[in-house]
Design a binder for this molecule. Sequence first.
Ligand SMILES: C[S@@+](CC[C@H](N)C(=O)[O-])C[C@H]1O[C@@H](n2cnc3c(N)ncnc32)[C@H](O)[C@@H]1O
Length: 326
Amino acid sequence: MNPPFLTTSHGALFATDCLEALRAMHSGVVDTVFADPPFNIGKDYKNGYNDRVAQSDYLSWCREWIEECCRVIKPGGAFFLYATPELAVRFAPMLGEHLDFRHWIAVTMKGTFPRGRKLYPAHYALLYYTRGIPRVFNKLRLPIETCRHCGKEIRDYGGHRDKMNPEGVNLSDVWTDTSPNRHRKFKVRPGVNELKLVIPERAILISTEPGDLVFDPFGGGGSTYQAAEKHRRNWIGTELYDAAHIQKRLEEEFCFSAAQELGFDFSELFTHENHQDQVLRRIQGEGLSARTGLRLSGASGRSPFHGGPCARRKAGEPARRRAATN
Ligand SMILES: C[S@@+](CC[C@H](N)C(=O)[O-])C[C@H]1O[C@@H](n2cnc3c(N)ncnc32)[C@H](O)[C@@H]1O
């Protein structure tokens, strides 16, 4: 594996093919995978990616990365896979060979139109699987809905409003409060279907605790990494085509204020030609962190680029751009 394109205090982004990174990863090291793949619908990603190949080639490629993702998930870990319903029905059996079904979350989609003799498509699927019983399942709540004009509550909850949890209602498996795509004017990269932050954010909050490790094989505009960074989850990402946009987004959002030390040793996630036995022996000898399975704050995997443009920056000084090396 080449060194990462960028590191923050919580994550490492590799400008590489996700399959290359996945094949180099040890089994059972990731707490949650969040994947939002290209859908093979001929979308122009404006980065050279060819989003229209024979459907059989596309599905065999998907099988490969899905199986690799399943392999790297820890017992109790989770896999969230975002797809159109047509693809989700193909992906579900692939996931089901390795993991256990939890939910088909319907994420409402706005601004579409019916094609041919079909119903109006109004949702994407967010498949949620786990390896056995989930190790973490945080119940999220949504604020009680109010009218955006008058501010009054919309529903009376069958007269049981007074018995309701003041923190709001339980999150269901139908997410109507977000349309999937980020509005064009907020996108970091033209052409990419960037998800609204809340989608990977919820997946991460449901299935991980701070310090856990999230992996997203398809970086795109970097939504998952932003969500992980925001909630202090460690993360690993890959983006084959233009990781620079992700770097820009993370720099803008976090200014790398906390990035002076990479918070975990990502190199321990990967197999190393010639050194694999040595690394395994060392891990066994030193013991694993009970929560993450990672040896924390070791120096050997630290990227030469750790510490961001804001690290060691004096107040008022302009941010330095980190040089990309691969
Ligand atoms: C739908 S976008 C992901 C959007 C992302 N979830 C977000 O919200 O910003 C899919 C991304 O996968 C990238 N990609 C395609 N093939 C890849 C591969 N083999 N390895 C890594 N990234 C790949 C594309 O360049 C594209 O940016």
